[in-house]
Design a protein around this ligand. Structure first.
Ligand SMILES: Nc1ncnc2c1ncn2[C@@H]1O[C@H](COP(=O)(O)OP(=O)(O)OP(=O)(O)O)[C@@H](O)[C@H]1O
Ligand SMILES: Nc1ccn([C@H]2C[C@H](O)[C@@H](COP(=O)(O)O)O2)c(=O)n1
Length: 242
């Protein structure tokens, strides 16, 4: 009798706007893997703090509340979901208010401890933090994207990818996304991206950092399709033949 291959774990990290979410979703869909957006989890806990009157500039208050919200992620790459205390949080976590506060909240060690635990549980396919439908579904593995997946959350991942792109390319991508919804011009968008990167790279607790054994892919001059093809090839290369 043949044994099923071990599930593959892919970690994709990098600064804002480098294409982590788009790439991870497409790679997971193509390879039949699950997909976890860890930034959405940090945004979800930030949204809960803001909605519940917690002063997000006060790390002690944030730490004291870190264990309270129940955050559940759905990991179908075609339809990723996120709920907080049972409420759909997919829309509210993308507001400017949450984006402006998320780096401060995610720098608090108690928040990171709580969310990292959820991420490891979801990657292992256990129930905590996972949509029950996902636990029941057969899985060939997962693509997990964020800032510290390869360094801290899943240091034994089968493949680690670190995406980069120039600030200009990232700002242009984001401005294209925001057009019609927001008046942010290219320079404002670029400045906001760099400010968030500096906060995420400069924090003490598990900063944004390339893992020593990660493959760096500079996406500045690549289309999304080219980046996806590159990562799919890297995943296939590290899987045993047969
Ligand atoms: N290689 C690429 N070429 C052009 N546009 C891209 C490329 N990769 C991603 N994009 C576009 O850039 C925008 C940002 O991509 P995405 O949300 O995947 O980045 P991200 O790294 O996950 O960002 P964040 O960390 O801020 O969530 C999206 O509009 C996406 O379609
Ligand atoms: N593994 C992670 C993922 C995300 N964060 C923080 C830092 C980001 O600025 C924020 C939002 O992430 P995004 O939606 O832009 O991917 O969440 C982190 O600290 N660690």
């Amino acid at each position: 009798m043949q044994t099923a291959p071990a599930p593959v774990i892919v970690a994709i990290d990098g600064p804002s706007g480098t294409g982590k979410s788009s790439t991870s979703k497409a790679v997971a869909a193509e390879l039949g893997l699950r997909y976890l957006d860890t930034g959405a989890q940090y945004r979800a806990i930030t949204w809960w703090m803001l909605s519940n009157g917690i002063d997000v500039a006060d790390p002690t208050a944030v730490a004291a509340a870190a264990g309270k919200p129940v955050i559940v992620s759905g990991t179908d790459p075609a339809r990723p979901t996120i709920t907080v205390d049972g409420a759909d949080a997919a829309g509210p976590i993308r507001t400017q208010e949450v984006t402006a506060a998320v780096s401060a909240v995610s720098a608090v060690a108690e928040v990171r401890g709580r969310i990292t635990e959820l991420q490891r549980s979801i990657a292992a396919g256990t129930a905590e933090g996972t949509d029950p439908a996902d636990v029941a579904a057969p899985s060939r593995g997962i693509v997990v994207e964020g800032r510290d997946i390869g360094t801290t959350v899943l240091p034994d991942a089968d493949l680690k990818v670190f995406l980069t792109a120039s600030p200009e390319a990232r700002a242009a991508r984001r401005s294209g996304e925001l057009r019609g919804k927001d008046s942010a011009d290219l320079a404002t968008t670029r400045a906001a991206l760099l400010k968030r990167d500096a906060a995420d790279s400069g924090r003490k607790a598990s900063p944004l950092k390339k893992a020593d054994d990660a493959v760096e892919v500079d996406t500045t001059e690549l289309t999304l399709e080219q980046v996806v093809e590159c990562v799919v090839t890297l995943v296939r290369e590290q899987q045993p033949a047969g």
